[in-house]
Design a protein around this ligand. Structure first.
Ligand code: SF4
Length: 294
């Protein structure tokens, strides 16, 4: 690893999105030291994002003679989702009690967002902390000025320069980095299979990236087969990817789409959870509406 004369190591965390990309490009343009650029690949990035990272890497090499350090979990997203064996005694006991298989974490959920830590933040934090310990590293994170409440003790050049998200995107476009048009379609460009996306992003995914939507349907079927309609097997509370697929299909065809809660033993009629004609019904739907999912 290359070090600067002062003994500091200038480490840039690249998410691949507009803010961290703008930060890196601006640091290069301003002649600031850059010793290492770190990007965590979840394996579930858009194809356009992989091409973007390749383009940034070529630019970085041309300007500074460096390549991006790509960090990856040794087994990846789907292994963690379906195959990681549970080892902690309490987790094993809970799963046995609840009748849930002993392997796999299922879809990431609000309460157990296993993916961000294992596939992104832990990988980068571990590397940056090692560099801080070994060579007094300074870490640069791409948070825009209008999101500065997320800052936590690293260097945030975009905040220092008062660069907003919108300005960051325009700057990247001006430098010829356009993500193959991803930001013209989506609001966010991280994992395409993220269960925390807004409903409209999923609708657009189905339309603009049908091959990725097809992979989501395969993951959905596997999750339901392995975990059933538990929080681990459901893509979002009350929704499978299959149910969303039916809903989007109905919307496209101008048809009414109704989704019912599974019939409880002894109940006369299953409760109506969602209907495109009558609007939103049911407590689950109210929760999801407040999360921006409906
Ligand atoms: S984008 Fe979504 S799926 Fe990907 S790591 Fe973040 S929370 Fe998890």
């Amino acid at each position: 690893m290359k070090k600067t004369g002062k003994g500091d190591y200038h480490a840039v965390s690249l998410s691949g999105g507009k803010d961290s990309t703008a930060m890196l490009l601006m640091m290069i343009e301003k002649g600031m030291p850059v010793d290492g650029v770190f990007w965590a690949d979840t394996g579930m990035e858009f194809p356009e994002m992989y091409r973007h990272i390749g383009k940034v890497d070529a630019y970085l090499f041309r300007e500074r003679g460096l390549h991006i350090h790509v960090l990856r979990h040794p087994r990846g997203f789907e292994w963690l989702m379906f195959d990681e064996p549970k080892q902690k005694k309490s987790a094993v006991e809970r799963r046995i009690r609840d009748g849930v298989p002993l392997c796999g974490n299922g879809w990431p959920g609000i309460r157990v967002r296993w993916c961000t830590g294992q596939l992104k933040t832990h990988l980068i934090t571990k590397e940056v902390n090692r560099l801080k310990g070994e060579c007094n590293a300074v870490s640069y994170v791409g948070i825009a000025h209008d999101e500065q409440e997320r800052c936590k003790g690293e260097r945030y050049p975009l905040v220092e320069w008062q660069v907003t998200e919108e300005q960051a995107l325009r700057y990247c476009y001006g430098k010829g980095f356009d993500w193959g048009g991803l930001y013209e379609i989506y609001h966010r460009c991280s994992c395409w299979c993220c269960p925390f996306q807004r409903i409209d992003e999923l609708r657009k995914l189905r339309k603009h990236h049908p091959e990725l939507w097809g992979r989501m349907l395969e993951m959905d079927a596997r999750a339901l087969g392995q975990f059933g309609e538990t929080p681990l097997g459901m893509f979002r509370k009350g929704w499978t990817v299959g149910a969303l697929d039916e809903r989007f299909e109905a919307e496209e065809q101008g048809r009414k789409f109704c989704r019912h809660r599974k019939k409880e033993p002894g109940a006369e009629e299953p409760a109506l959870l969602f209907c495109t004609e009558t609007g939103i019904l049911g407590a689950d739907a109210a929760n999801q509406e407040s999360e921006g999912f409906l």
